[in-house]
Design a protein around this ligand. Structure first.
Ligand code: GLN
Length: 478
């Protein structure tokens, strides 16, 4: 993996000053995709014509003396659960094959308005359910660092696209870790913003109380730049905050002098967390201490129940959200004599095994007689976790933990056992349940030479603290 890829900030600066054209940059990235994506399979759809037209429009603006915006000419890859007007959007599911949305997601429209150029739609686990991108109906994505390994998931295509140099930045969605875990496994930066920071209008819903859109980038600075563009209130998403965004870029170099950093004890001891990953988290904590942070270990007891609560709440919400795929309104329809049989046949053929498993788990957890014992109990655990994290944030400004328990595992390694797959999410789920922001930064490598990610978490709307901490870690990288 080369460290010499050009950043989004550099591309935009060069395009705005006329040093190079957006068309040149986009053509270079399209060429990289054409040369390398046969092996990686980060993309489900590459929009060559759309990208060239968008780049030409940016160049025309520059030629006319107008400013195309902070992402002028920057190629971006979009997870294929974000709607793109007239461009296929599948969620990696057969059930949406052939569907072309009539509208752009707000984040997609904001990127375009800032001068970014969408190059294509990236692979994911079907409906974002999974941790390896192997649940895609269109075949897995491979990790650019080692093509026998998974890129993580569910936003594996977006993570791999950035790691492979197909685009400097991309968008993913994170319901239980789907931006941060693949970022860790692919050695890139991945941010899950605060719930409500970024509009979900046009993000095809998985679990609505948890879903958030966020960026992948090769640098912390680029991730901040993308958040600046996509974040902020959207009248089309009632859950988006009316709170103004801070100027993230202005605080990138604030450093960590005096910042209170807590390493979460329970997350160093969780099931399956490799000792080499724990070692890198400790090394990262030392690097922060060396830069002036006050580092302590803090206990956040309830996080150990996060996984169990999530795998009731997320499927429950999914079972309801996915009811809309009925053969009537979108994509696939398998004809049958009656409407009911048509719906059954469409859903039977259209959904993959993991999606069906989640729908069944969720429907069960919500059913009369079981609701209180499963869904109700999980919601109470969610409240406990939120409270424990809030208590920790009284003591410290940011929390530190592993992102993923291990480095990238081999393709096929965990497909036979859903529970083993779910264990990937132990460290990332708590901040989805609490709605707080978290970022994964590459920090060191495992004995297999593959990247390890360190997770930095903060209280709601404190992304500025995530970025300044992540910046220091980026600079101190072993
Ligand atoms: N791996 C988790 C799951 O399978 C998280 C998915 C996500 O964040 N979209 O549900």
């Amino acid at each position: 993996m080369s460290e010499s890829f050009i950043s989004a900030r550099e591309i935009a600066a060069g395009v705005r000053s006329g040093e190079w054209t957006a068309r040149q940059l986009v053509d270079e990235h399209l060429a990289a995709i054409a040369a390398g994506d046969g092996e990686i399979h980060a993309f489900l759809h590459v929009d060559v014509e759309g990208a060239r037209a968008a780049a030409d429009a940016v160049d025309a603006q520059v030629a006319a003396g107008e400013d195309p915006g902070p992402l002028a000419g920057v190629p971006v890859a979009l997870k294929d659960n974000l709607t793109t007007r007239g461009v296929p959007t599948t969620c990696s599911s057969r059930i949406l094959e052939g569907w072309r949305p009539p509208y752009d997601a707000t984040v997609v429209a904001r990127l375009a308005a800032a001068g970014a150029v969408a190059v294509g739609k990236t692979n994911l686990d079907e409906f974002a359910m999974g941790s390896s991108t192997e649940n895609s109906a269109f075949g897995p994505t491979r990790n650019p660092h080692d093509t026998t390994r998974v890129p993580g998931g569910s936003s594996g295509g977006s993570a791999a696209a950035v790691a492979a140099g197909f685009a400097p930045v991309s968008l993913g969605s994170d319901t239980g870790g789907s931006i941060r875990q693949p970022a860790a496994l692919c050695g890139v930066v991945g941010l899950k913003p605060t719930y409500g920071r970024v509009s979900r209008y046009g993000l095809i819903a998985f679990a609505s109380s948890l879903d958030q859109v966020g960026p992948f980038a090769r640098t912390v600075s680029d991730a901040a730049l993308v958040l600046e563009v996509i974040g902020g209130h959207d009248p089309m998403d009632a859950t988006s905050t009316t709170e103004d965004q801070p100027d993230y870029g202005a605080h990138l170099d604030d450093g960590v002098d005096g910042l209170r950093v807590g390493v979460i004890t329970e997350m160093l001891e969780m099931e399956g967390v490799a000792s080499e990953v724990v070692a890198q988290v400790r090394a990262a904590a030392e690097a922060l201490a060396g830069a002036g942070a006050k580092v302590t270990e803090v206990s956040v007891p309830a996080v150990t129940y996060g996984l169990s609560a999530y795998y009731l709440i997320a499927p429950a919400e999914a079972s309801s959200n996915l009811a809309r795929f009925d053969g009537v309104r979108y994509g696939l329809r398998v004809d049958a004599p009656t409407t009911h049989e048509m719906m059954v046949a469409t859903r039977t053929q259209g959904f993959g095994a993991e999606v069906k498993r989640r729908i069944m788990l969720g429907t069960y957890a919500l059913s009369a007689g079981y609701y209180d014992a499963f869904y109700g109990q999980a919601q109470r655990v969610r409240t406990l976790i939120t409270r424990d994290l809030a208590a920790a944030y009284e003591e410290v400004d940011v929390l530190l933990s592993p992102t993923s328990p291990t480095t990238a595992f081999a393709l096929g390694d965990k497909t036979g056992d859903p529970l083993t797959m779910y264990l990937n999410d132990v460290c990332t789920i708590p901040s989805n349940l609490s709605g707080d922001p978290a970022i994964s930064v590459p920090y060191g490598t495992g004995s297999d030479g593959l990247p390890i990610g360190v997770q930095v978490m903060a209280t709601a709307l404190a992304e500025v603290d995530l970025f300044r901490t992540a910046r220091v870690l980026e600079g101190a990288r072993p």
